[in-house]
Design a protein around this ligand. Structure first.
Ligand code: ADP
Ligand code: ZN
Length: 615
């Protein structure tokens, strides 16, 4: 944009200068001395004048001593010519209005010519970029780090061990692409890193490059989206060309959702430029065969808005989740950043980690920095716990406070909710066991319970489906049991949605209703009921049938809801214990869940530093 502005100003200056020059040319003979008409006539009478050039309303005069003058004709003087001839003055004249016609033609055409010129210039620039990318216009704002410039390794990235593990094989590949090609191994071309801002996606991508000792190209998706159609696409081409030159390398695209939003969706407003950019990106991705040693890594906070074409096999088909760190993650991140500042002996990272739920890696790095600044302001040599407390309070209460940062009350609420899911899930028959629970916010969910394995929905038994419905209501029920029905939150919306859909499918598609029998009551393609009261021509369900479907769904849901309620009420002690464990550890694994379900003392998870924990 600034390039375009610069160009525009340049041309404006040229235009103004040109007009001045034209104007100046019209002020011909500016140097000639101006004399009055009477003086001129007397000079003629004295035979001093050698030559005159008579124009419409003025006369250029050359005297015999070669001095030049100009005078203006006051009125039409019929005797002038005779008088001049009588005094042997050479008379000449200019073709009528020669100057002014030229000038007016120029003035009237110049803006048009200028506009056409400008247009041709821009066209040339864009086209040029397609072929040579030799100008700055349309060139991507890519930052290239050569392999020697990156000194970040996996040790600098803390608290996202799963993500680190998932990307570590890329390091091997980038180090020795040939080894993998020999065995026909298929290495992903594109990796999508999903996670809230500041969780270390850029850092992790850079660390991959640092570990593998390859170059790193980085740019932001929003840089691609320009005012002019075609510029974004040319930038994409540009980036890939750079990448091919510096392969093996990593291309990192931050904020991919800026370009990769669903095409033709309402929110996008049919932005041609973005679509072209996205298409170009898809073309380029399909173009490299994955044996050039280029790996694309894109980061986003909103995978749900991405165009599905981006996520297809051979593109960004591998997804790595980089979540907000849990309490142990925060401790490790703090330790990484504390290495760079002098720390007093009273500083306990675990205590700080416990007081900063919802902080991202970037927040924590900022916290360490702020604390150091506090200490420096007081001329201290070491950063003490007090400095950390002050910086933390300021970040949590001050203007920098972010919505993600959780309060203790929110944490507890989420802990009960997730515990409800886990406990019901463990006690109903045939349910996949919960292997991990966390109350660290993820996406738009406040907490998550992970059940293993994720089964194929087509082959599930009726009993298992009913167990799932019970489990889904476990979260909401736990809230209600602990806080009362007035305090339940909207957080269970997604659970309710999934449970309702399950129940509907069980009755209308999978034939699990005794009253309705094994009949299909939906349109296969989009799972929409053909209800009588819709205008659809193909409606073939009567109002009566629709009513029975609703009834049967209600019966099914009530049954499983009440089962979950009973299970929770008879295991309230486990519910409280699990809440306490979640408050302490934020994430608990299957071993700890086993302990809780068996009413044993909860073991610490691996890597938990017990001595840190005595506050
Ligand atoms: P994102 O790309 O996810 O928005 P960044 O990678 O840009 O986040 O993180 C910004 C900064 O925050 C990093 O440079 C680093 O100092 C700090 N940071 C973020 N996550 C971590 C982490 N997991 N470990 C250590 N430092 C981190
Ligand atoms: Zn839930």
């Amino acid at each position: 944009m600034s390039d375009i502005a610069k160009n525009f100003i340049f041309w404006l200056v040229v235009l103004i200068l040109f007009i001045f020059i034209m104007y100046g040319m019209n002020m011909h003979n500016m140097n000639n001395q101006n004399i009055d008409y009477t003086t001129f006539l007397s000079a003629v009478n004295k035979h001093e004048v050698q030559k005159v050039c008579i124009d419409e309303n003025y006369i250029n005069i050359i005297k015999k001593d070669h001095s030049k003058y100009i005078t203006y004709i006051p009125l039409y003087d019929s005797k002038l010519l005779n008088r001049l001839l009588a005094n042997d003055v050479i008379i000449s004249s200019n073709p009528p209005q020669k100057h002014s016609i030229m000038f007016s033609v120029f003035v009237s055409w110049f803006p048009t010519v200028l506009l056409i010129g400008l247009w041709l210039y821009f066209m040339y620039q864009v086209k040029n970029n397609h072929n040579h990318n030799s100008t700055s216009f349309g060139k991507s704002k890519t930052y290239i780090f050569s392999k020697d410039q990156i000194n970040i390794t996996f040790n600098d990235v803390a608290g996202c061990d799963e993500a680190k593990e998932e990307v570590s094989e890329l390091v091997e590949y980038l180090k020795e692409p040939k080894k993998f090609q020999k065995l026909g191994g298929k290495i992903p071309k594109g990796i999508l890193m999903i996670g809230p801002p500041g969780t270390g996606k850029t850092l992790l991508a850079k660390a991959i490059a640092g570990e593998a000792k390859v170059s790193f190209l980085t740019m932001s998706g929003s840089d691609f989206v320009e005012m002019f159609v075609g510029v974004g696409a040319s930038r994409v081409r540009d980036v890939f060309k750079h990448a091919r030159k510096s392969a093996p390398c990593i291309i990192f695209i931050d904020e991919i959702d800026a370009v990769g939003r669903q095409r033709g969706s309402i929110t996008s407003g049919g932005n041609d430029e973005r679509e072209q950019t996205l298409n170009q990106m898809l073309v380029e991705m399909d173009g490299f065969k994955g044996n050039e040693g280029i790996i694309l890594i894109a980061a986003t906070n909103r995978p749900d808005v991405l165009d599905s074409a981006l996520l297809r096999p051979g593109r960004f088909d591998r997804q790595v989740i980089v979540p907000l760190p849990d309490i142990r993650g925060r401790e490790k991140i703090l330790e990484v950043h504390m290495k760079n500042i002098p720390i007093a002996s009273d500083v306990n990272p675990m205590v700080i980690a416990r007081g900063t739920p919802g902080f991202s890696g970037a927040d924590l790095s900022n916290l360490v920095n702020e604390s150091a600044l506090y200490a420096a302001r007081l001329n201290k040599n070491l950063v003490s716990m007090l400095d950390f407390e002050k910086a933390k309070d300021r970040m949590m209460i001050g203007s920098e406070r972010r919505s993600m940062i959780m309060t203790e009350i929110q944490k507890e609420f989420t802990a009960y909710h997730e515990s409800g899911h886990v406990i019901v899930g463990r006690l109903v028959p045939e349910h996949d066991p919960a292997h991990k629970v966390t109350i660290v916010p993820r996406g738009r969910a406040l907490g998550v319970t992970f059940f293993l394995p994720e089964s194929d929905i087509l082959s599930i038994s009726r009993q298992k489906l009913e167990s799932q419905i019970s489990t889904l209501y476990g979260g909401r029920l736990a809230e209600e049991i602990i806080y009362g029905s007035k305090k339940v939150s909207t957080g269970a919306m997604n659970d309710i949605k999934i449970a309702t859909n399950l129940a509907r499918n069980m009755i209308t598609q999978w034939g699990f209703s005794d009253k309705l029998g094994p009949l299909l009551y939906t349109d296969d393609e989009n799972n929409q009921l053909f209800l009588n009261h819709t205008v659809s021509k193909s409606s073939y369900i009567s109002n009566e049938t629709a009513r029975i479907i609703d009834e049967e769904m209600k019966v099914l849901i009530d049954k499983n809801y009440n089962r979950a309620k009973k299970l929770l009420n008879s295991n309230l002690d486990i519910l409280h214990a699990m809440k306490d464990a979640l408050m302490k550890y934020e994430t608990i694994d299957s071993v700890q869940i086993d302990d809780l379900m068996n009413r044993k003392k909860v073991r610490d998870p691996a890597g938990w530093n017990n001595h840190n924990h005595q506050n």
